[in-house]
Design a protein around this ligand. Structure first.
Ligand code: ATP
Ligand code: ZN
Length: 722
């Protein structure tokens, strides 16, 4: 008994503690283990070798040896997890397991993927090989004279995996160690601003330095990333690139792979199968993937030799996870850059007010790209169409229709941007004004033509539309507002012969849908694109010359203090899609409030002015980034139950000077999936004070659950949505 050792193990359970087990020999910190847990079995990770004092040794269960053939999880990864759990107030085990790829959460051993390359065998050199008319085979065969990595082979032909397998079986190729060379395809000559940005960041390699790359849409930020990546790869290091949307990943991956055709690249996003994700994750950890690109979860990927971190579209809301582990990937990326002692580049055309404030405070340094990069491309002209003085045809004003017609005639591409968040097509009664509402949420049901049903976009409930108004019996029910599907129908009727392509969550559900869309758009097979927010971000469609914005007004007068910032960013982004190459761009915005300062700033392309005005308002009101917030959210069957819990929580608080509690208040979306939601806000101008207060207060809340059994509650640090 005496030679046993005890270890601390993190397990995937909702408890803010680790568990003590006995082992026959010391187990390295970071190794995955299989542990008995409450009558079952769990995967665990050894996080410490300290004996906890309060459990007598004879009561401890045993843990067997490490599961894996791979080494223990690295110390800097565990440190990141510890920080994340602590800062975002999440159980350590759950934070850890959320960051691991699926297969590593299960108690099965993992091994390194085979990353060797392929080369022709001696025997193969004596054969003829595929004839030149079999182009792809021929090209692959000849490339195999030298060691070829998987990625290089796949770049030659998509049939490579099958061919390599076949040739391996026939003894024509063999597996060899292949150190991929750094091959860099040619890029454009940088303009002065781009070159200055590259030099500035490169000058900070080897130490922590946060940079805000503030560049207007189309100013060539991606090109700046590519040049920096080139230097990092040349120094034998890795780059981590975070992007907001899974849709953007294929486009960027392709651009990176074209520039660095031989560099192994790991793309990590939620659309991957478990095995693919694990392989990419391990390649990143081992250091064999030179470029690691992914959505927010990729912020946790261990990297053996990171030299630079890039966060593209840093202002984007999707970097914040809204449930379970509510982390902000951009903020964690900055923490990681500091931990690793490397620079981080936050890129955006509409930087978040948080980053703008960090520049003002001297914490970040700013690099500006003020001109469009491509030849003569200029920012588009933005015009407002005052719809108070226009007759609308299916939601479209006459000048808007005329502008679309002109583009179709000239064979130029147009984009109709429908801000569905503002107004979705609901079914309304023309007599009494009844609107189709969800029985479970305080949201409207949205009419879908595809299945001819009403859908709740919040809880997923759907139903057939009523034949007559449930309130007054009138049988004349009409769709109100313009969703993408309704606009599509209208445009097909208004622009005969035009090729219209609608892009929204309903049409891009499939994994490869985006690639098909790109092929169509770039192949000149589309005249008018219709889309929601997902079309606004980062896409580069050179032929696009007109952007028409519908329904944006909904964001002007929202109860959410971030709504204006988001709307401005979205509209700048979508406007920035126009006129990126040789065709000058025009943006038309239909609005009832043309004099609103937000639209005036949009017309003037005054990003900095708008940010300054917003920042002043936030400071005035004591909102972030002038203050830090933590939300305690609660939901229950009734608002009273939820509020009673929050009242009880507030009663346990003894906030020190400089920390205030506000609420409880109902959430903006008060009812969701049959639960009513409210929150309590804790605020302070000083982050440290806020967190010191939480350290004292949050542990006391655990005792409340007993008296409020029906209430579910959670902590959201730096909340983004209310
Ligand atoms: N120095 C340059 N000379 C010529 N063309 C360039 C240069 N830099 C970038 N480009 C081209 O300009 C276009 C816009 O560049 P890029 O996509 O890098 O801009 P961006 O700032 O990342 O755009 P956004 O944020 O709007 O998505 C691309 O087609 C790119 O190839
Ligand atoms: Zn609902």
């Amino acid at each position: 008994m005496s030679n046993k050792v005890s270890v601390q193990v993190a397990v995937n359970v909702p408890l803010s503690m680790t568990f003590t087990y006995l082992a026959d020999k010391p187990l390295p910190i970071g190794c995955r283990v299989r542990v008995p847990f409450r009558g079952g079995e769990q995967t665990g990770v050894v996080v410490d070798d300290q004996q906890s004092a309060d459990v007598p040794a004879h009561k401890l269960k045993h843990v067997e040896s490490c599961l894996d053939e791979i080494p223990p999880l690295p110390a800097d990864f565990l440190e990141l997890i510890r920080f994340t759990a602590q800062y975002y107030r999440h159980p350590i085990g759950q934070a850890l397991f959320a960051a691991l790829p699926g297969p590593l959460r299960r108690p099965q051993p993992a091994r390194w993927p085979d990353e060797r390359g392929w080369q022709l065998t001696l025997a193969a050199h004596d054969t003829e090989g595929p004839p030149p008319r079999q182009k792809a085979r021929h090209a692959l065969w000849h490339a195999l004279a030298e060691p070829l990595a998987y990625q290089q082979a796949k770049a030659i032909t998509p049939q490579a995996p099958a061919l390599l397998k076949q040739w391996l079986a026939e003894g024509l190729v063999e597996r060899v160690d292949a150190e991929p060379p750094l091959v860099v395809a040619e890029g454009p000559t940088l303009n002065d601003e781009q070159a200055a940005a590259v030099e500035a960041v490169a000058g900070s390699f080897g130490s922590f330095a946060p940079w805000l790359l503030n560049g207007i849409t189309g100013s060539g930020k991606t090109e700046v990333y590519l040049r920096l990546i080139e230097r990092v790869l040349a120094a034998g290091q890795q780059v981590l690139v975070l992007v907001p949307e899974i849709n953007l990943t294929p486009q960027l991956v392709e651009r990176f792979a074209r520039r660095f055709p031989a560099t192994p690249l790991a793309a990590l996003h939620s659309g991957l199968a478990d095995g693919e994700r694990l392989a990419g994750w391990l390649a990143a950890w081992r250091g064999s993937a030179g470029i690691v690109i992914g959505t927010r979860l990729a912020a946790f990927t261990p990297l053996a030799r990171v030299g630079l971190i890039i966060v593209d579209e840093e202002h984007d809301g999707s970097f914040k996870q809204q449930d379970e582990l509510r982390y902000h990937a951009r903020d964690l990326a900055v923490w990681r850059a500091r931990q690793a002692g490397v620079p981080i580049v936050l890129g955006s055309a509409t930087p978040s007010l948080e980053s703008v404030a960090n520049v003002e405070a001297g914490r970040y340094r700013e690099l500006s790209l003020t001109r469009r990069a491509h030849g003569a491309a200029a920012l588009p002209t933005v015009r407002l169409i005052d719809i108070r003085r226009q007759k609308l045809l299916d939601g479209l004003a006459e000048p808007a229709i005329a502008a679309l017609r002109k583009r179709v005639e000239r064979k130029e591409l147009s984009l109709v941007y429908v801000n569905r968040r503002g107004y979705a097509p609901v079914i309304a009664c023309t007599e009494c004004g009844w609107l189709s509402g969800c029985p479970h949420c305080s949201s409207r049901l949205v009419w879908h033509v595809t299945d001819r049903r009403l859908h709740c976009h919040h809880c997923g409930y759907h139903e057939a539309p009523p034949r007559a108004c449930p309130d007054c019996g009138n049988s004349d029910l009409k769709p109100m507002g313009q969703g993408t599907q309704r606009i599509e129908e209208a445009l097909i009727a208004l622009l005969p012969g035009a090729r219209v392509l609608r892009i929204d969550r309903d049409t891009v559900g499939r994994k490869d849908a985006w690639e098909a869309i790109y092929r169509k758009v770039h192949g000149g097979e589309v005249d008018v694109l219709i889309g929601t927010q997902m079309l606004a971000k980062g896409h580069d469609f050179p032929a696009l010359s007109l952007v028409l914005v519908l329904n944006a007004d909904g964001g002007l007068y929202s109860a959410d203090f971030r709504a204006s910032e988001r709307l401005f960013a979205q509209l700048s982004q979508v406007a920035g899609r126009a006129g990126r190459a040789d065709t000058p761009g025009e943006v038309l915005v239909q609005t009832q409030w043309p004099e609103h300062p937000l639209y005036q700033a949009l017309v003037a392309h005054d990003v900095a002015g708008f940010a300054a005005q917003q920042l002043a308002e936030r400071r005035e009101a004591g909102f972030p980034p002038a203050a830090f917030q933590v939300a305690v959210r609660a939901d229950a069957r009734t608002l009273e139950e939820a509020s009673a819990f929050l009242d009880a929580a507030a009663a346990l608080a003894e906030p020190p000077e400089g920390v205030t509690l506000a609420g409880p208040a109902p959430a903006l979306m008060m009812r969701l999936a049959n639960r009513e939601r409210a929150h309590l806000l804790v605020e302070s101008p000083q982050r440290v004070r806020l967190h010191t207060f939480l350290d004292d207060w949050l542990p006391r809340l655990a005792g409340l659950q007993q008296a409020h059994r029906q209430v579910r509650w959670s902590i959201d640090v730096d909340p983004q949505d209310f």
